[in-house]
Design a protein. Structure first.
Length: 261
């Protein structure tokens, strides 16, 4: 779903080419300088903002390919910045937080962040996360074929998807998660499976998957509180039954909600 410029050249990894612009939003000057230098050494262009209002202005002016966003900012905090970014543009967001509780991390994800890292963190790991998110958000030169199933029409090249003719507005991770399920209908996957396949992590906080499933349900289910498409499979994880919506339309039933969401 993310609108990105055409790569400057087709050789190499497009996520690492110099035309990828990162907006770094961090009010701790020393940390901002360190992260900026690591990003520059990896070939990215970098703009830096020290507060939330400046971040929104620079995002509008520079149209970044990805935003690294501190959770705690003067003027306007990172969660509100993320919400406002989501209202005006489709750009991947990695949130940085010094708050270690699960509720704080979930708050950032529910505001629309695609990924997060908890301070203190390794700048090298952050650069790897940036590359991972960009690889999944850019338009591939040889994209996978489209998918049409159960009222869903997925176009990987354009990174668009419609459901029963209605365009869905998805973040990068939401799109990738739905695409993964649509290519593997009626198969159950654990959260560990999903975090490896969709996020590209060998380890990570599994609540990231839970939050993204919840957000995806809000966009594809007729009643997100009683999901009939993206179901919970007790003791396993989640399964997409793309034909369930069509069946409920034919029978006039909404289906039975899964427990343990």
């Amino acid at each position: 779903m993310t609108k990105l410029p055409v790569p400057a050249h087709e050789s190499g990894n497009p996520a690492e080419t110099g035309n990828r612009r990162i907006l770094l939003v961090e009010d701790e000057q020393i940390l901002a300088d360190v992260v900026r230098n690591y990003l520059l050494q990896s070939g990215f262009q970098v703009d830096v903002a020290g507060d939330g209002f400046t971040a929104l202005r620079l995002a509008s002016e520079r149209n970044p390919d990805l935003v690294i966003l501190d959770r705690m900012l003067p003027g306007l905090d990172g969660v509100e910045v993320c919400r406002r970014l989501r209202q005006s543009m489709e750009v991947p967001v990695i949130m940085l937080t010094a708050l270690g509780t699960e509720d704080d991390r979930i708050l950032g994800l529910e505001a629309g962040a695609d990924d997060y890292m908890t301070k203190p963190f390794s700048p090298r790991e952050l650069v790897l996360r940036v590359k991972s998110v960009l690889r999944r958000s850019i338009q591939a030169f040889s994209p996978e074929p489209p998918v049409e199933i159960g009222g869903f029409d997925l176009n990987p090249a354009a990174r668009t998807v419609t459901h029963n003719g209605r365009p869905l507005t998805l973040t990068v991770r939401e799109f990738d998660l739905l695409a993964f399920f649509l290519r593997r209908p009626n198969q159950a996957f654990s959260r560990e499976n999903l975090i490896r396949a969709v996020w590209g992590w060998d380890f990570g906080d599994l609540s990231t998957v839970t939050v993204h499933v919840r957000r995806l349900r809000e966009k594809i289910e007729r009643d997100p509180a009683r999901p009939t498409l993206l179901k919970t499979v007790w003791g396993v994880g989640y399964r997409l039954d793309p034909s369930a919506d069509s069946e409920s339309r034919l029978t006039g039933h909404e289906g039975v909600a899964d427990a343990g969401r």
